[in-house]
Design a protein around this ligand. Structure first.
Ligand code: SIN
Length: 333
């Protein structure tokens, strides 16, 4: 941890590093094969000239490729966030993250945040050593947005990518390799934009922070097991049967299943039968869609709840939190 160039007039921004391509390095500027999570968050900030003179503090919470995100890293992140957001001298937090699971972390933090301060996630589609590195600009933008939001008294979780501010509950990766439109809001519009020169153009009001629930992520707690199954041509439900059997054998039974359903929440009849059997065993079933936009909206008479516009991965987080009873006072088994 290092405090850089404190300016007593601006709110302190704490930058939490978790790894990702933004901290990735390759053999050269054209190298498309690189390793994520190689540079420290302090090194990332040093590479951004526009941040000199700002009140920044850094903490390395994790150093992972975000495809490997898990409950223990979320717990560590939640611990650090809780601690720094409670400090009077901290105005906002920026989190550097991988793009691959950013939508899950952003949604989780949106649901758990109960502190009225801004939390800004950012990432990059190209490694720090790439000739096309987008990390420095994204990091500069994220810090500027965090400072600006803190000064305005705005609160909530947002993601800043390619000059766009997305609401944390809706942001999702929408392209596997583009830089400029790698993320979108799944139908939600941007909250604002940042020009190339760093000017913030305000748009929509920020989403309200969630109702809290940090205690649900207490270290050592075992998270409820929620799996995602996809409905597709030939989906026969055997995967669901195998999950139930294996969960019982491992002693960590499946508590919930999110179906990445076809279209607006439809499910193959054979998979439906397997899910009905799972439900009889007390397993909660939610429906999301495997279609990129629109989600599954609730309709009267729905047998299984619809996950709205959440992606399947976000719906999994939502169902985990639901099983934990968020906001809650402790872990459930
Ligand atoms: C990751 O998600 O950590 C790797 C990929 C990326 O950040 O774009």
């Amino acid at each position: 941890m290092k405090v850089r160039d404190m300016d007593v007039n601006s709110p302190l921004v704490v930058v939490l590093g978790t790894g990702g391509t933004i901290a990735g390095t390759g053999a050269g500027p054209d190298d498309v094969s690189y390793r994520a999570a190689q540079l420290s968050v302090e090194q990332l900030l040093q590479a951004v000239p526009g941040l000199a003179g700002l009140a920044l503090e850094t903490r390395q919470v994790a150093q992972i490729d975000s495809k490997d995100m898990d409950w223990s890293v979320w717990q560590a992140l939640a611990d650090q966030l809780q601690e720094v957001l409670a400090r009077n001298d901290v105005g906002a937090v920026v989190i550097t993250h991988g793009t691959d699971t950013l939508e899950e972390t952003a949604y989780l933090l949106h649901r758990l945040l109960d502190v009225h301060k801004p939390v800004v996630l950012t990432a990059a589609m190209r490694a720090a050593t790439s000739a096309q590195a987008d990390g420095p600009r994204n990091l500069r933008d994220a810090v500027r947005v965090a400072e600006h939001a803190a000064a305005q008294g705005w609160a909530g979780v947002v993601a800043v990518m390619a000059g766009v501010i997305w609401p944390g509950h809706a942001v999702r990766k929408s392209h596997t390799w583009h830089i400029d439109d790698a993320f979108d809001g799944g139908g939600d519009v941007p909250l604002g934009r940042i020009t190339d020169s760093g000017t913030i153009l305000e748009g929509m009001p920020w989403p309200s922070p969630g109702r809290g629930g940090w205690s649900c992520l207490e270290p050592g707690g075992v998270p409820p097991r929620v799996e995602i199954v996809t409905s597709h041509a030939g989906a026969d439900g055997r995967l669901v049967e195998a999950l139930l059997t294996q969960g019982q054998q491992l002693g960590h039974a499946v508590g919930g299943l999110v179906v990445a359903s076809t279209g607006h929440g439809t499910i193959h009849q054979a998979l439906t039968r397997a899910l009905e059997k799972a439900e009889l065993q007390g397993i909660r079933v939610w429906r999301s869609s495997r279609v990129a936009r629109g989600g599954v909206l609730s309709r009267e008479g729905d047998h299984w709840p619809a996950a709205g516009t959440l992606t399947a991965a976000q719906a999994r987080v939502a169902l985990m939190l639901d099983l934990l009873g968020v906001p809650c006072g402790g872990m459930k088994d």
